[in-house]
Design a protein around this ligand. Structure first.
Ligand code: CUV
Ligand code: SF4
Length: 628
């Protein structure tokens, strides 16, 4: 089977079924959208005030400035950093919600502190005194300190202080240390308001500040406190792809982002009352499966199987076997309710921030988390009997995967590399030894979404196969993780696709060559790992033989992520071009000049094989510079 839309056969089958069932998918709508607007695509369309919309003519002798006089540089830079604001806001609001949940856990709720040791480590970052205090007290003070980091009115955000000394100096020197997580996002909105900042360099600098507030602030807090509340991910086996839906069970798809809801759904799905009800309606049990980042959160901690990534959300419903799709925030296509209307599927929205016409809204409330989770699942259970048998087709595809690689579990796992040390070190030493000796050439982080502009999963899978063949160990988050799991790159047998060095490491440690580090906010885990290695070697992140990529990205969050990686010193290759080509100056700043300032830069390369080569060349150049 071949299909220009996806490399993944279960999805192909569902696209075909959708056609038969008269259901429209994102790919159909993308066709209808062609040709897509060139002004928007190059970033030169401005709608910031009603004197516009204005657009810059890049090729002809049409307008070179908007009505207010803004030129292409100003318009492109403003649009780009507004994307950063959107992305950083999404992640940081997520971080804030988790911080609130910790506060509730401290004050008494259905949540509890699962990792007291990690809580104490986080408390230290915030300067919370832990000696002689009970864990609830520490949780409360830490939660309040975390919440303060979002809106502090003096000083600087605290979490970026965890970065290595060289990196901190770079941020200080370039005046991009975020003052508070929220403030930098608000300042983007102010600075890009009509008639404020017209200097593209100054605009991009503000974008950088906000993105650091995301990566080293909001997202990192989200990750750290999620571990505290829901448990530290440890390697665990699972399965991935649409084949994890079960014909004889109630299928509940948890789709969206925040673990507060999905973790409770996983717990509540084992409730006896619900299980009995499921039996009563003729089901063998309740099958909760994950989709997009909330799926990453629960698979990392419970092994909950992974149904599919961003471009599989409609396909999942097209199976006709999803009894409820539960959504919270981010990356939920409004089309899900339209697709669902052709089947029996109930879409249940749960966040006051995200309601979708056609969905049932059952508002989640952390205070009554378990009861509400039960109520939501019950909707799915009762809906089981409404399946339309002739419309049910679950593709059989599913692959084995090992997931759950937090920084802590990677360090613990690599301690098994006996070539480095017979004694467990509890540090990144074994990883460093593997890299310095050349057994591993380097490390790469591959992250991000799907986008109809790239054949679904092709960008992720092809790029990563080239990297592991070259003995580059790969860490992934977000939708990339699903692509890898579905392609079998997260099972031990994937070692056969590796170069000899990485293969040996996989055998010794018993890990796959591609390590699932979590959801999009967990890109902060990648920062932490890089930072630990840099600190250990007394270097900066930009000195390391490491690179990043987002082969199929689409969301504003990815723009923020890319920006904080680059300004943390990581060379980052994008498979889809951001809307910046309308300004030669902004393009040059991001792909060339920025390297002299932050040590990382962006490149754009749609061909995943060429992109992998760019990353490998970069890694080899860094090795040479280090003399290893
Ligand atoms: Ni937050 S941002 S499509 S689910 S990775 Fe997946 Fe990840 Fe992009 Fe969204
Ligand atoms: Fe046009 Fe300037 Fe208004 Fe943008 S801010 S719409 S360029 S007049």
């Amino acid at each position: 089977m071949e299909d220009s839309r996806t490399i993944e056969t279960a999805t192909m089958k569902m696209i075909e079924k959708a056609k038969k069932d008269n259901v429209e998918t994102a790919w159909d709508r993308a066709e209808k959208m062609k040709p897509q607007c060139g002004f928007g695509e190059t970033g030169v369309c401005c709608r910031i005030c009603t004197m516009g919309p204005c657009r810059i003519d890049l090729v002809g002798d049409g307008p070179k400035r908007g009505v207010c006089g803004a030129d292409a540089d100003t318009i492109v830079a403003r649009n780009l950093i507004r994307m950063i604001a959107g992305g950083a806001a999404a992640h940081s609001d997520h971080g804030r919600d988790i911080s609130h949940t910790l506060l509730m856990a401290a004050e008494g709720s259905d949540y509890e502190v699962k990792e007291p040791e990690k809580l104490i480590a986080v408390a230290k970052v915030f300067g919370v005194e832990t000696e002689g205090k009970d864990i609830k007290e520490i949780a409360k003070e830490t939660a309040i300190k975390a919440l303060e980091d979002f809106g502090r009115y003096e000083g600087l955000t605290l979490y970026p202080y965890t970065a290595n000394e060289k990196r901190k100096k770079i941020w200080e020197k370039n005046d991009v240390w975020p003052r508070s997580i929220d403030r930098e996002i608000v300042q983007i909105m102010h600075q890009t308001h009509m008639g404020v900042d017209a200097d593209y360099v100054n605009l991009i600098q503000q974008g950088v500040r906000a993105s650091i507030g995301d990566g080293w602030g909001g997202s990192m807090i989200a990750t750290e406190l999620s571990d505290v509340l829901f448990g530290l991910p440890k390697p665990i086996e699972t399965e991935a792809n649409l084949g994890v839906l079960e014909k004889n069970m109630v299928n509940i798809v948890a789709h969206g982002h925040e673990p507060t809801l999905s973790d409770m759904i996983v717990q509540a799905s084992q409730d006896n009352e619900l299980l009995e009800r499921a039996k009563a309606v003729g089901a063998e049990g309740i099958n909760v499966v994950g989709m997009c980042c909330t799926g990453n959160e629960i698979v990392m901690r419970h092994g909950t199987r992974m149904a599919g990534n961003f471009l599989q959300q409609e396909a999942a419903i097209v199976t006709g076997a999803v009894d409820a799709m539960i959504v919270d925030v981010q990356c939920i296509m409004p089309s899900v309710t339209q697709v669902a209307s052709c089947y029996h599927t109930k879409v249940i929205s749960t966040s006051p921030k995200a309601k979708i016409p056609g969905a049932i809204h059952i508002q989640f409330d952390e205070k009554h988390a378990y009861e509400i989770a039960k109520k939501i699942i019950l909707e799915g259970v009762e809906n089981f009997k409404n399946r339309i048998p002739e419309k049910v087709h679950i593709p059989e595809e599913k692959s084995q995967a090992i997931v759950g690689f937090s920084v802590e579990s990677i360090i613990k796992g690599l301690d098994k590399v006996v070539i480095a040390s017979a004694q467990p070190t509890g540090t990144v030493k074994p990883l460093v030894d593997c890299i310095v000796s050349g057994v591993l050439r380097g490390a790469a982080g591959v992250v991000g979404c799907n986008n109809h502009k790239v054949q679904h999963n092709y960008g992720h899978v092809e790029l990563i196969k080239d990297l592991i063949k070259h003995d580059v160990i790969v860490v992934v988050t977000g939708c990339t993780a699903y692509a890898c799991a579905e392609a079998g790159l997260m099972k031990p047998e994937a070692k056969e696709l590796c170069g000899p060095g990485l293969k040996t490491v996989c055998e010794l440690v018993g890990i796959p060559p591609v390590l699932h580090m979590g959801s999009c906010v967990d890109c902060s885990r990648i920062l932490i790992l890089l930072n630990e290695v840099a600190k250990y070697l007394n270097l900066d992140i930009s000195d390391l033989p490491a690179a990043g990529a987002a082969p199929e990205w689409m969301s504003e969050k990815a723009v923020s992520i890319g920006t904080y990686f680059v300004t943390s010193g990581v060379y980052t290759v994008l498979g889809v071009c951001p809307p910046v080509l309308g300004s030669k100056n902004v393009t040059k700043l991001l792909t060339e000049d920025v390297e002299g300032i932050y040590g990382g830069k962006f490149a754009v390369e749609p061909d995943p094989h060429k992109a992998a080569q760019l990353m490998i060349d970069h890694i080899e150049a860094k090795r040479k510079a280090l003399g290893i």
